[in-house]
Design a protein around this ligand. Structure first.
Ligand code: FES
Ligand code: FES
Length: 154
């Protein structure tokens, strides 16, 4: 059994109880996805499955249906995704621990059409916590990326 992750067919875990988060980090070495709470409360572990946000700490790897994208899969040929570039430009992080999850969620937030205002971004990004409280910069990055469009990454 395999799982498609960042366009690659990779093995599913032997243990059916393994979460997608643990499988990514412990078995496949994709440590960009972070473990914060491990209880579905912080958003640090956010990945995309068929473009939709999923908390990988709550998802069993063996039950994944669809293509998984992690932070490692966003850049193309060494060029950062526009959302990654916007986070850099707007200094939208401090310690950086929440940042991969923030960026994955931000990509989906824009793709969903939920980045029309600062308030709307705050609402639709509310599942991603930042202990460093970089929220104003994160919202500014998302707003700038939404204005520019995500397409230039493709
Ligand atoms: S680690 Fe998954 S939501 Fe916190
Ligand atoms: S940048 Fe430190 S938790 Fe968000």
């Amino acid at each position: 059994m395999t799982i498609t992750i960042n366009g690659q067919e990779l093995p599913a875990p032997n243990d059916s109880r393994t979460t997608l988060l643990d499988h990514l980090r412990e078995n496949l070495g994709l440590t960009g996805t972070k473990k914060g709470c491990d209880h579905g409360q912080c958003g640090a572990c956010t990945v995309l499955i068929d473009g939709r946000r999923v908390l990988s700490c709550l998802q069993l790897a063996a039950t994944v249906q669809g293509d998984v994208t992690t932070i490692e899969g966003l850049s193309k040929n060494g060029t950062p995704h526009p959302m990654q570039a916007a986070f850099l430009e707007h200094d939208a992080y401090q310690c950086g621990y929440c940042t991969p999850g923030q960026i994955m969620s931000a990509v989906a937030c824009v793709a969903e059409g939920h980045a029309g205002s600062d308030r709307e971004i705050a609402e639709w990004m509310s599942g991603n916590l930042c202990r460093c409280a970089a929220y104003p910069q994160i919202r500014a990055a998302i707003s700038a990326c939404a204005a520019q469009g995500l397409e230039s990454a493709e």
